[in-house]
Design a binder for this molecule. Structure first.
Ligand SMILES: *Cc1c(COP(=O)(O)O)cnc(C)c1O
Length: 370
């Protein structure tokens, strides 16, 4: 089946093969199995449903995938692989949970941390020679900056160093970091892979068998295992990822252009806009520009909060990558006060883009009156 296009692979892979089996791996909650077979206890030996998800994502990204209870559980399993007193490089713009995990470990003396701007390729290249972990996130959250992954991955690395890419915003359809030379591609499957705001899960994909074994061991000893229902729903959601992504990113470009033309918005950040600082590299590297838009509302945090209160079709909620559009003011999130107060992050869903636009327009009109 390896010759299939990614969108067909998403639909066809990870299904039971024996004659008479159901088309989908059944939802089968189980903590333990009768002895004598391959499986003993789910925390150690996994469950058939997990393997469906791992097969689909591993095949898509070109590596071995391991599923976790959440994106952060997957991130923690990467940090678990580090030697003592490791040197870590993080992007200046990065998922706040990763910053917090790295910062907590640094304050305990586990490792040393350095921050490099997402788009400062030269600094990443020089950091590669002396670091044990290069953690990249591209496009980044929430400023949507795109790193030159191919150049950074090609740079000489310290022996044993790990280069990991948080691929959550790009999805395995828009970007496959392992093909660009990364050691690890990481996903919060809570977002686009699940796609319906009804589960948490995470994934790590790697071509290195030593890393894969380390991830599985870390998952087992820390108990960072996903629930059966979550994995079932993630596979179910993944079947339609290509359709959802195509629709939502087409709408996102239209909405980004429209937002840019409004006099009540200031900076509109979307990698597909020619004005975006890393548009060139995004156009070369990504299969699509994604569904996330960050924009500043004139009038600061007060105006941004009012817009969030007044949208109806767009849900005022955190998280992203779902069928429904969501929007939030990221600077209102604890630990994110460094962001511009007026910055809103919009996750464009699969509703008609005209309805999303109308909702924003109406919410803006209403915000003015109040
Ligand atoms: C949500 C998210 C995470 C963390 O994933 P959880 O499933 O919430 O634990 C990590 N990275 C990015 C880019 C995310 O959006």
């Amino acid at each position: 089946m390896n010759k299939l296009t990614p969108e067909s692979w998403l639909v066809a892979a990870g299904r039971p093969e024996a004659a008479g089996s159901p088309l989908n791996e059944p939802l089968a909650p189980a903590s333990n199995f009768t002895l004598g077979g391959e499986r003993i206890y789910t925390r150690d030996s996994g469950a058939p449903g997990w393997e469906s998800l791992e097969t689909i994502i591993g095949g898509l990204e070109g590596g071995q995938a391991t599923v976790f209870s959440s994106g952060m559980a997957a991130v923690a399993a990467v940090f678990d692989q580090l030697p003592s007193a490791a040197q870590i490089v993080l992007p200046d713009d990065c998922y706040h949970g990763v910053s917090e995990l790295a910062g907590t470990g640094e304050s305990k003396g586990f490792w040393q941390l350095r921050r490099v701007p997402v788009d400062d390729t030269e600094q990443w290249i020089s950091a590669a020679e002396e670091s044990d972990l290069l953690w990249l996130e591209s496009p980044s959250n929430p400023l949507l900056s795109v790193a030159d992954l191919r150049s950074i991955c090609a740079a000489p690395r310290k022996p044993g160093a790990i280069l990991a890419v948080d691929n959550t915003f790009a999805t395995p359809l828009n970007q496959r970091p392992l093909e660009l030379g990364a050691d690890i591609s990481m996903h919060s499957a809570t977002k686009f892979i699940g796609g319906h705001s009804d589960l948490l899960a995470g994934l790590l994909v790697t071509t290195k068998s030593g890393l894969d074994a380390g991830f599985r061991k870390s998952r087992t000893i820390n108990g960072a295992i996903p629930g059966a229902l979550e994995v079932f729903l993630a596979v179910r959601g993944l079947r339609t990822l290509a359709l959802r992504l195509a629709k939502a990113q087409d709408s996102a470009l239209r909405l980004a252009r429209w937002l840019q033309s409004r006099d009540w918005t200031e900076c509109v950040r979307y990698p597909g806009l020619e004005t975006h600082p890393t548009h060139q590299i995004a156009a070369q590297q990504l299969g699509g520009f994604g569904t996330m838009i960050s924009f500043d509302v004139a009038g600061g945090a007060t105006a941004a909060d009012a817009l969030c209160r007044n949208v109806k079709l767009i849900r005022h909620a955190t998280s992203l990558g779902s069928v429904e559009s969501t929007m939030e003011r990221r600077g209102a999130v604890p630990g994110q006060e460094h962001l511009p107060g007026s910055l809103l992050r919009l996750s464009v869903g699969i509703e008609s883009w005209e309805d999303i636009r109308a909702d924003l327009e109406r919410a803006h009109g209403h915000s003015k009156v109040v």
